[in-house]
Design a protein around this ligand. Structure first.
Ligand code: ARG
Length: 460
């Protein structure tokens, strides 16, 4: 049976089964396979250039690593939990390909700088995938917005109907949220973009390594400057998980709206059949399971954020094995949020809106009350507070008569103020109310059309 390349001579006994179980991370960090090989290849190139190892040995190592990579792609690799993690597995595989020369690869580095280098490379690569999936969701939302700048729906505060807005304007709110997430991802990557390779176990190394070279070849902007911080820093993982969990929370808010809107009480949307499920006993049911599970997944990602923060809070410098758990939390967050983004994009691409029902909900509410008060201010020059009082009385009356504002007669309105004239009815219609909100960032169709042009340019 092969021994782990890192097994220390001081340890007279083989690791117990239990230690193997708690120590092994290969099931999780197998996802760093490509990054580990890439970082090793670059490290080896540097060892050759600085003459720390000979060109002949270095070439053997690089060839061996390339063979492993090819085997990985062909699914021909067998990993062994005895070798703890991906780094020891790659080293053992290299050993089986090229013999003891494999042992030269680990000159001037440690698993502590190796793991954090691989992990940063992984996050960099996968942050682009997330960014792209967010863009796709934005695209789906913008597509809805383009067709619905004049589609009236109730705008809510406190989940009470507040003022008419357009479906386009509502969708663009999510486009903005998602845009901020993309910008957070790029900020996080900017800060992460320093190479820890060469920090060694924690103190640096006495070999004449070239950290600038490895940083450049791995695509980092520069090497990190403090070796102790380099191996103990996981702030970048916290930030990445934070950005993803906030994205997950935004997805959950959108999912919650879809769930509400698809209930019979709202009936604003028709869910795509392929993203809904039926009930096992109630034949009439169509459940929004896709959206519900996106909402549920947000709770896992919140826990992961909490988890990584508490993992770090008591750790003295520099590396401790607790840090191994960072990857489980990061990968789980990534998987959840990626899936959530894909589900919500498909949902938004396929959902159908019941425009009539949405308009009716506005008409049956008193969503244009503020417009009525504004009319009293503009036309009859009342101070706003007074206009607000008069409008309150009108709404109260309309409510008692079970009438909408636009269904009241001029005579009825004049009971509250003699000077009210016929042109008040123009502002009581939901569409006109919406059209009048032409302040910057407001819901008027013309304003929203401009916003659409803006977000297309900015995000797509
Ligand atoms: N598997 C370890 C991790 O993910 C690699 C670093 C091991 N370093 C050590 N000193 N045991 O953190």
């Amino acid at each position: 049976m092969k021994k782990s390349p890192a097994r220390n001579m001081l340890l007279k006994k083989a690791p117990s089964k239990l230690l193997e179980r708690i120590n092994s991370s290969i099931d999780v960090d197998v996802r760093l396979f490509q990054e580990d090989i890439e970082a090793s290849r670059v490290h080896c190139k540097m060892l050759i250039k600085t003459k720390i190892i000979s060109l002949k040995d270095g070439k053997k190592i690089i060839n061996g690593l390339q063979q492993i990579l090819r085997d990985v792609k062909k699914d021909k690799i067998k990993l062994d939990s005895k070798f703890e993690d991906i780094h020891m597995n790659v080293e053992a595989l290299l050993h089986s390909k090229i013999g003891p020369i494999a042992g030269k690869l680990h000159t001037g580095r440690s698993r502590n700088d190796q793991v954090v280098t691989d992990f940063k490379l992984w996050i960099k690569k996968h942050s682009q995938i997330i960014d792209d999936e967010i863009r796709k969701l934005q695209k789906a939302l913008i597509k809805i917005a383009k067709r619905n700048t004049s589609t009236v729906m109730p705008g809510y505060t406190h989940l009470q109907i507040a003022q008419p807005v357009s479906l386009a304007h509502h969708c663009l709110a999510y486009v903005e949220m998602m845009g901020r997430n993309r910008s957070r991802i790029s900020d996080c990557i900017k800060r992460l973009n320093e190479s820890p390779l060469g920090a060694g176990a924690l103190a640096g190394t006495s070999f004449p390594i070239d950290r600038k070279m490895t940083a450049r070849l791995l695509g980092f902007s520069k090497p990190t400057i403090n070796s102790i911080d380099s191996v103990s820093d996981r702030d970048f993982a916290v930030e990445f998980i934070f950005v993803l969990s906030l994205t997950g929370i935004h997805l959950s808010r959108l999912a919650e709206e879809i769930i509400l809107w698809s209930s019979q009480h709202f009936n604003f949307v028709k869910l795509p059949d392929e993203l809904s499920t039926g009930s096992s006993i109630m034949p009439q049911k169509k459940n929004p399971d896709g959206a519900e599970l996106v909402r549920a997944n947000a709770s896992s990602v919140i826990s992961n954020l909490n988890n990584i923060l508490s993992l770090l809070k008591g750790l003295p410098l520099s590396y401790s094995k607790d840090l191994q758990d960072d990857k489980r939390l990061t990968f789980n967050t990534y998987d959840n949020v990626l899936l959530g983004l894909q589900v919500m994009a498909e949902l938004m691409n396929k959902i159908k809106f019941n425009k009539k029902t949405m308009l009716q909900a506005v008409e049956e509410s008193y969503a244009t009350s503020t417009d009525l008060a504004d009319w009293l201010v503009k036309k009859l020059h009342y101070p706003f507070r007074e206009a607000y009082q008069i409008t309150g009385k009108i709404v109260d009356y309309a409510n008692s008569k079970n009438k909408s504002l636009s269904n009241m007669s001029l005579k009825e309105l004049q009971k509250f103020d003699n000077n009210i004239s016929n042109d008040i009815f123009r502002v009581l219609s939901p569409l006109n109310s919406m059209k009048s909100k032409n302040s910057l960032g407001g819901s008027a169709p013309e304003t929203v059309k401009k916003s659409i042009q803006y977000v297309i340019k900015k995000y797509l």
